[in-house]
Design a binder for this molecule. Structure first.
Ligand SMILES: [Fe+2]
Length: 214
């Protein structure tokens, strides 16, 4: 039996509808999972604090280039992860973690908090004020490129990731980001974007985080 023109057009119409429906649904690529690394904080601040550059009771400011990192936590369908918990930790500007296992001889910074515990807002947005982390020695004799660690949790999903900076020469040789393609991860999803500065002397970056969660 031959297919009538009417049936053919009807079929095309149904197909077009499917395509149109698919095109309107947002599908984001999930942020690649990464290792916690050896310096996961042994102590987390008891309160939410988006500013790592000052410690309670101290008047000094952390050394280094001030930066702000902001972005959204979303699911792959584009919906915001309201109230997502973000635990964030990093080395100071000299490349040293405030962690008992860090044997890097670089100095600690008594005014640097090193860890933040935040919650995303109703739109999944978060914001962090800190200093740009320094590079530090890796166990293989190289240097870890500047990066910030994120542990992001919703009610039923958890992502551990590392955020990198654009234009860093060390990204090319870093033991983790340079090996991502071989581990079936896209490094572009882990590099934040530069934004126009919102205040003098503070570099601004944007990094959106996508949880592999429907
Ligand atoms: Fe690290």
């Amino acid at each position: 039996m031959s297919i009538s023109r009417r049936n053919l057009l009807s079929g095309l119409g149904a197909g077009a509808l499917v395509i149109a429906t698919t095109a309107t649904a947002e599908t984001l690529r999930p942020t690649p999972q990464e290792t916690f690394g050896p310096y996961f904080p042994v102590k987390t601040p008891p309160t939410h604090d988006f500013d790592l550059t000052h410690l309670p009771g101290r008047s000094g400011r952390a050394l280094g280039q001030l930066i702000e990192v902001s972005g959204r936590v979303r699911r792959v369908d584009g919906s915001p992860v309201k109230g997502a918990t973000l635990e964030i930790w990093q080395a100071n500007a000299a490349g040293r973690y405030a962690h008992p296992m860090d044997k890097n001889p670089a100095p600690l910074d008594p005014n640097f908090q090193g860890v933040a515990l935040l919650h995303a807002n109703e739109e999944g947005r978060y914001r962090l004020r800190t200093v740009k982390p320094g590079a530090y020695p890796d166990p293989a004799g190289g240097l870890r490129t500047p990066h910030i660690h994120f542990d992001v949790a919703s009610e039923d999903y958890r992502l551990v990731a590392q955020m990198y900076f654009p234009g860093e020469a060390l990204n090319e040789k870093d033991i983790l980001i340079s090996t991502m393609p071989g581990r079936h991860r896209d490094p572009a999803l882990t590099i934040c974007k530069s934004l126009p500065a919102s205040e003098p002397g503070v570099l601004a970056f944007e990094w959106d985080i996508v949880l592999l969660q429907a």
